[in-house]
Design a binder for this molecule. Structure first.
Ligand code: ATP
Ligand code: MG
Length: 354
């Protein structure tokens, strides 16, 4: 009969199928107990959005049964989201900050960002969603949220005053958007430095609390905002949204280049609006050529537009809606890609804080 330590070693050698690394190296074996024929193994999944816990459980059970057929193992799956905790440098307790960008406007960034936030929340993660599109904020509408965030003046230990803004809760996701501060129909005209300051404030002065994932919906283009953010916090990575047309692809490649220049890991491409009109598979092909992960394809589907126009993105992720499975799969792929990046470089690139 193996001891608990022997069982620990046995389980640590099981290969996790998505990262293709041993569970021990991934620090996923929390503990093991053996008592007579009873054995218990507690596994720490890297995210509640882990795609196939059942398969992993079977692999572990098979390995134990092969080595010690008389054991009756009980396998418990728990999950804790780890991160590079780069937000800590600006006082945030956010494990992973994920930017959603694109090279081109109108390809569905905000839709993907909102679906990602809602999907991860539906798996049981603690999620925030920041709308960094100060010129055309669309997140409040998509999440059916309004109101003005409550602000409290606080003082640090040196007596310096600062503001804390409470994010607006929408179906359990914490939101912050410039849309909460401007009146309907008004537009914002800001020059670079003010834009920069607004984003810094959003990020730093929002009382996000402890979050597993903070999703940032970036404005279109490869411009200032992405760079500002990349310099302020260590992003877990960027999701690049792209439609299957050639022109969109070329712009997406430019966006990838920009992220790489500022050391932001590319989590991967999402092909959005896949279907008869724009085609299919072009993004996946390019991702293979560039050796960039492919995070999934979201069909062009009127239901997606309708849900988001009605402010029901959370509902879309919960209902038996036509594209729910594709969207949920994308969320799981993003969460696992974030984990892969942590395994690759646990501390992340150190970026200067402005
Ligand atoms: N897969 C899809 N199927 C159908 N409609 C979609 C899909 N993805 C997005 N849309 C719709 O396309 C429009 C543009 O999407 P969205 O606002 O998310 O794009 P964006 O990239 O954030 O745009 P912008 O560059 O203006 O910020 C919206 O009306 C949205 O509902
Ligand atoms: Mg948008």
């Amino acid at each position: 009969m193996p001891t608990a330590e022997q069982l620990q070693i046995l389980v640590s050698n099981v290969i996790e199928p998505i990262t293709e690394k041993p569970l021990g190296e991934l620090r996923m074996v929390r503990d093991t107990f053996v008592n007579g024929n009873d054995a218990r193994v507690r596994i720490e999944l890297p995210t509640p959005a882990y795609p196939d816990g059942k398969k992993l459980e079977d692999l572990i059970r098979q390995r134990i049964k092969f080595a010690a057929p008389e054991l009756e193992p009980r396998i418990e799956l728990h999950s804790t989201v780890r991160g590079k905790d780069a937000g800590g440098r600006i006082g945030l307790n956010v494990h992973n900050i994920i930017a959603v960008g694109s090279g081109k406007g109108g390809v569905g960034k905000s839709t993907v960002a909102a679906a990602l936030a809602c999907g991860l929340h539906s798996f049981g993660c603690r999620v925030g969603l920041m709308d960094a599109d100060v010129y055309g904020p669309s997140i409040p509408h998509m999440m059916n949220a309004d109101g003005r965030p409550a602000a409290t003046e606080m003082a640090d230990e040196h007596g310096n005053k600062f503001m804390r803004m409470e994010p607006i809760d929408a179906a359990g996701v914490k939101l912050m958007s410039m849309g909460f501060f401007i009146e309907q129909g008004q537009s914002v005209v800001w020059r670079g430095p003010m834009l920069h300051k607004a984003l810094t404030q959003f990020l730093k002065d929002t009382a996000w609390g402890e979050l597993d994932y903070l999703i940032i919906d970036l404005p279109p283009g490869t411009g200032d905002v992405s760079l500002t953010l990349a310099q302020q916090v260590g992003l877990a990575g960027a999701v690049v949204v792209c439609t299957p047309q050639q022109v969109a692809l070329l712009d997406a490649i430019k966006a990838v280049d920009m992220y790489q220049k500022v050391n932001v890991p590319i989590l991967g491409f999402v092909e959005n609006m896949t279907g008869e009109i724009f085609g299919r598979g072009g993004v996946q092909k390019v991702s293979q050529e560039l050796k960039i992960p492919f995070l999934g394809e979201i069909p062009l589907n009127a239901a997606i537009r309708e849900y988001s126009d009605r402010g029901q993105v959370m509902q879309m992720m919960l209902d038996d809606s036509p594209s729910r499975d594709a969207l949920r799969k994308m969320c799981q792929n993003v969460a696992m890609q974030v984990f892969k990046e942590i395994v690759k470089s646990p501390t992340g690139p150190v970026l200067e804080i402005l």
